[in-house]
Write a protein that binds this ligand. Sequence first.
Ligand SMILES: [Zn+2]
Length: 647
Amino acid sequence: MADDIRTDDTDCEAAEFLYCTYITNKEAKEEDVEEHGRRARDKSIIADADDGKNKKEIEKKSGARTTKTETETNAGPGPRPGPSANVNVYNANATKPKPRRRKYYKTKKRIQTTPLSTTTYEEDLQFLEKISPTRYRVNIGFVPNMRIHADVIVNDDLEKLLLAELKEANDSQMDSASFIPALKQMANVAALPGIVKCLAMPDVHSGYGFCIGNVAAFDMDDAEAIISPGGVGFDINCGVRLIRTNLTEKDDIPAGVLVGTGEGTGTGDVNIRESLAQALFDHIPVGVGQDGVIPITESDVDDILSRGVDWAIENGYAWEEDKEFCEENGRMDTADASKVSAKAKKRGLSQIGTLGGGNHYAEVQVVDEIIDEAAATSMGITKVGQICIMIHTGSRGLGHQVATDALRKMDKAMARDGIKLNDRQLSCARIQSVEGQNYLAAMSAAANYAWVNRSCITYLARRAFEKVFDKTAEEMEMNLVYDVCHNVAKIEKHQVQVDPDDTDSLFQEKNLLVHRKGSTRAFPPNHPMIPTPYQNVGQPALIGGTMGTCSYILMGTKDGMHATCGSTCHGAGRALSRNASRKTLNKDDVLKYLKDKDISIRVANPKLVTEEAPESYKDVSAVVETCHDAGISTKAVKLRPIAVIKG
Ligand SMILES: [Zn+2]
């Protein structure tokens, strides 16, 4: 289970969809690059914790960055020096590295942690309270040292999943260092210094220290308030962007229709949907450890870290107007490139414009339903059947290294400042400490890198569409609808109650450091931080669904600003661990299901078929519906996939 916790946290937990045609090396017998990549990254943390011992050996064994194989294809027009090859990334001969994860926990003794109480499930239930049809409260006392209560936004079905996880953990008496259920994780966060608000969204599940789906806000004016890499996640500024087009499914990308020398009659016939999936796969590098095709220098990396999307615009990889439609305008003011380690920058040098692995994807989607016409119109979405592109990825190895570097330094800072934790994965530093400020600056810089990464992938996607449809991206009106983060911490102003446990207490405006991990900012109409065209409808929050089902655009609300610090869900959220998915689901069944839905797909890793199957995730519609019913965001547009590429 611990393996899955960290794996999930690493590649973030948004949703995706898949499949239909499956182009990979089916003969791979052992671990693939994806799995090795994850382990290499996990080992990176462990090796760092072990003062660097074994790290080179681990990377050598994993082969994650050195043993991939490529099958060259004619990729057509692309960026300098030309788009990447079709990726066929198997590493059948790599030696499986010996797990060393346990050692990480056993060798680090410096930080004092308060053991979790050994309560029974029935005893735990006494601290849980349903306070509304969509809100479940974890009261003080559920775990030691809680400073405030914590609330989960759930419906009845999602509540059952949470409680089942809690019961399973209690019944099996799982080692608390290996697995902590999401309810206890959010309670542990509510015990951290300076916490003023702790919530979880309906797609909540257990993560690294902080549960995925957590919103944790800390008082910037409290000298003891903390910042934590675990509250952001290892994939800093993992996020989602949506690009619209003026193409339609019916006219431009119909299912099963062949074009070429004549439908179904000539050898040159191709299925346009398959061609599009292949073109995206040819243009956008995918897979863990896969290098990018956009050449950048060391000084470019510094520029990207400092200036975010501005760099992409100046270098021709983004349109000028894209900037307005990125959260924070694609550039965090708190960024300082000098606080990012040389090792992190080196990892970032080769990965700009790459999708990565796990649950990251680029999808061609179709507008399936317009629920809020005014909101949809303001986003340029005018009809059912309209084609859009959704991209989900983050800051790649650079962001992971920033988190790893910070965790090492924060362990020392916690010992110095006497910070006590319920769980050592909550490793943190006071916001105002040198370590806290350095992490804030480095994390913000990594967030800038992620915006440039998504911008460069957009550039490649625009080129792929141009090749397939023989029109310019401008002619196809491939404008950015919006780009949101779902793994980040930012300083924001919010109205909070003076006494969070007294519903009658007064509200006051506070500067908060809001950690959103697997949750999305969703600011209301008329907020100064959202683009002018969306002032009347609120900020779009982009929610990736599960494989073969659907995604949503939600709009931020005034109620959400008050209730959840302007936050909503980020995706479906896992219901099964990756191991459990592989063991319980049948790959062929999943493929047939997707083929029946006319979804074309290219993947670099066949295990993703079961790992990312709809059954592996919570029902995204139920997650979105719960957010809608709770009033923290409202449904605007529903989309479904027709072509997918994944790492
Ligand atoms: Zn993500």
